[in-house]
Design a protein. Structure first.
Length: 474
């Protein structure tokens, strides 16, 4: 295999990755986008395996290791992806990010220890300064991505008793100054390795990066997890790109840059949707004050509650219904029941639409994926900016397991979420809210929407409640 052919195949794979991102930008083209992504990755993997075979002097030993890794890693990945529930997808994404970061660290260390094996330099020759910087940056970003993703995984899962893995922010006095000191020390050792190629600098910068990754994520609360997930996605891409420069591998550079840039753009979109500064989120500036103020519990006030039959009667009398899905719907796996309810309402001549907030759920696009899984028609699903103007004309807004994304406190000066764009469900003529209890959302704030005269609370598991409403509608 000539290097010209390798370059051509890598170029084709890169084009496939670009088309994959383009396809994944809309639900109607997402399947095509996934196909492009899989084809591109298959081409890249086969080309790299062939290149290893060629560089090893057509020895099968190196190829056996590669194929063994592919079989083991691919098997574990396929098993996990096949078993994961849609509600656990954010945890899986965080886990995958951690593995990419750890892989970048291992590759950087291996290249630093035996640079001749990677074609960076000859035997007993110093590594060029540019490659040293690339290896140091790749290792540092990879280590931050790994440890940060591990913490994010724990926060998203919420199953672990260790406080660092809980969804609530972990804050202490002098936290920001400690992070700043560690960041400056990390830069010092990166520069030190670039200048001296001293192994001790490499080990120390990796250790500091692991610690810094933990400290960056622990002060961030559950409300900001969508931003964290997209941010770590960006980090993993830049780590791969940095290693690609060191190894002179154009495929890693292009793929890593695509992931890094798209993750950064997504992080910006998420922060804009929450009216938060990206740096404020990273520094743990959102979530702590609100949670501390309320203790994560809603104020005890009277609300108007009703049954599934009451909700069914209200829905049957409506002409326009807007459904607002939230994480409670995802936990209850109620998307199929909601689709059936919407179909029954449509049969009665009622216009049904779905309103999706950019940060609904636990990761970007979570609600869209759940509705797509239930085969909800794409033309019924609307993003926040497209549907907000219609709430004022809607007869009923039915909120299923959502909280912060419909909280009118976002319009109140002094509120911790002031300025955050929300779905303006409170403008509908009647509001039906389904929740298990009156517990506050991830931001730890009470929701005034629940106490309005026009609002009827229907408590219970989302799937059971929606199924009961559907039966009553018939």
């Amino acid at each position: 295999m000539s290097m010209n052919l390798v370059t051509l195949l890598y170029l084709i794979a890169s084009i496939c990755f670009i088309q994959a991102l383009k396809g994944l930008s809309h639900p109607t083209t997402s399947i095509r986008g996934n196909v492009f992504g899989m084809v591109g990755m298959a081409i890249a993997v086969v080309t790299t395996a062939a290149l290893i075979y060629k560089l090893a002097g057509e020895s099968a030993q190196g190829l056996v290791y590669v194929l063994g890794g592919l079989v083991v890693g691919g098997g574990i990945g396929a098993y996990m992806a096949n078993r994961v529930e849609m509600t656990k997808m954010p945890e899986l994404v965080a886990f995958m990010h951690s593995m990419i970061g750890l892989a970048a660290v291992f590759i950087a260390v291996a290249a630093a220890v035996e640079p001749w094996a990677f074609g960076i330099t000859g035997h007993n020759s110093p590594i060029p300064h540019g490659n040293r910087l690339e290896l140091a940056l790749g290792a540092a970003i990879g280590a931050i991505t790994f440890s940060g993703s591990v913490i994010a995984f724990g926060k998203l899962s919420g199953k672990y008793k260790f406080r660092l893995f809980q969804g609530a922010p972990v804050q202490f006095k002098g936290q920001h100054m400690l992070n700043l000191a560690l960041a400056l020390a990390l830069v010092f050792f990166i520069v030190g390795y670039t200048v001296s190629e001293a192994r001790i600098d490499m080990w120390l910068l990796i250790a500091l990066a692991f610690v810094l990754g933990v400290l960056i994520i622990i002060p961030i609360g559950g409300a900001d997890m969508p931003v964290v997930v997209s941010m770590l996605n960006s980090y993993s891409g830049w780590a791969a790109a940095g290693i690609g420069f060191s190894l002179n591998n154009s495929m890693l550079i292009i793929a890593g840059s695509l992931v890094g840039s798209s993750g950064a753009i997504l992080s910006y979109i998420m922060c804009k949707a929450m009216n938060r500064s990206f740096f404020n989120v990273i520094l743990g500036g959102f979530g702590g004050d609100a949670a501390a103020a309320t203790g994560g519990k809603a104020e005890q006030r009277p609300v108007k509650s009703g049954s599934a039959d009451d909700a069914a009667f209200v829905l049957s009398q409506a002409e326009t219904v807007v459904i607002v899905p939230g994480y409670g719907l995802a936990v209850a796996r109620a998307q199929h029941a909601v689709k059936e309810l919407a179909a029954k309402l449509t049969e009665k001549g009622i216009n049904v639409k779905y309103a999706i907030h950019p940060v609904a759920g636990r990761m970007p696009g979570h609600m869209n994926v759940l509705l797509a899984e239930a085969e909800v028609p794409y033309d019924q699903v609307f993003e926040m900016e497209d549907i907000n103007g219609e709430f004022g004309q809607a007869d009923v807004a039915i909120i299923l397991g959502a909280n912060d994304v419909v909280n009118p406190a976002a319009h109140t000066k002094g509120s911790p979420i002031y300025g955050m764009p929300i779905l303006e469900a409170y403008k509908a003529k009647t509001v039906i809210v389904n929740k298990r209890s009156m517990a506050a959302g991830y931001a730890g704030l009470d929701n005034e929407l629940f106490y309005m005269d026009k609002t009827m609370m229907v408590f219970g598991d989302a799937k059971k409640v929606v199924e009961d409403i559907g039966k009553a509608v018939e």
